[in-house]
Design a protein. Structure first.
Length: 145
């Protein structure tokens, strides 16, 4: 398994971070990594997401929501063509530090026959995309709180 993990402290309550994260229609306004996303933040639902890591082409995929625990965790599983080839379990975990700040963890665990090969080509730009999204989420949540 290959993994990417990032985190950031956001000076906004966890409820505000969750509200920004799950307001999919606003993603084009602020999110430099996930350019668009549609569907419901509800376990079992299917999303349509377009991502674009820095220096890479945009890619649209249809992940399935694994967990949507309000103000705590949002997680989905995406796959390339068929399950087991290149699967990514993307996660966002929010932890309350105090009433005005949140630790935001953003990462993905990659598995499958092509995980090593693909990750050798996209790991750095994907991590940069996660970090850019984290900074943009921080700016938006802090501006709104």
């Amino acid at each position: 398994m290959k993994s990417i993990s990032t985190q950031i402290t956001i000076n906004a309550p966890v409820e505000q971070v969750w509200a920004v994260l799950t307001n999919f229609s606003a993603y084009p306004e602020w999110n430099p990594f996930i350019q668009s996303i549609s569907g419901e933040a509800k376990e079992g639902s299917q999303l349509a997401a377009t991502i674009q890591p820095p220096g890479q082409s945009a890619m649209t995929f249809r992940p399935t929501v694994l967990r949507a625990e309000e103000n705590r965790e949002f997680r989905w599983l995406g796959k390339l063509f068929i399950k087991g080839l290149f699967d990514g379990e993307h996660y966002f975990i929010m932890t309350t530090i105090d009433e005005h700040s949140t630790r935001f963890e953003h990462g993905e665990n990659f598995r499958g026959l092509l995980a090593g090969l693909i990750m050798s080509k996209i790991a750095d730009s994907t991590k940069a995309g996660f970090e850019a999204m984290n900074q943009a989420l921080k700016a938006r949540a802090e501006a709104l709180s």
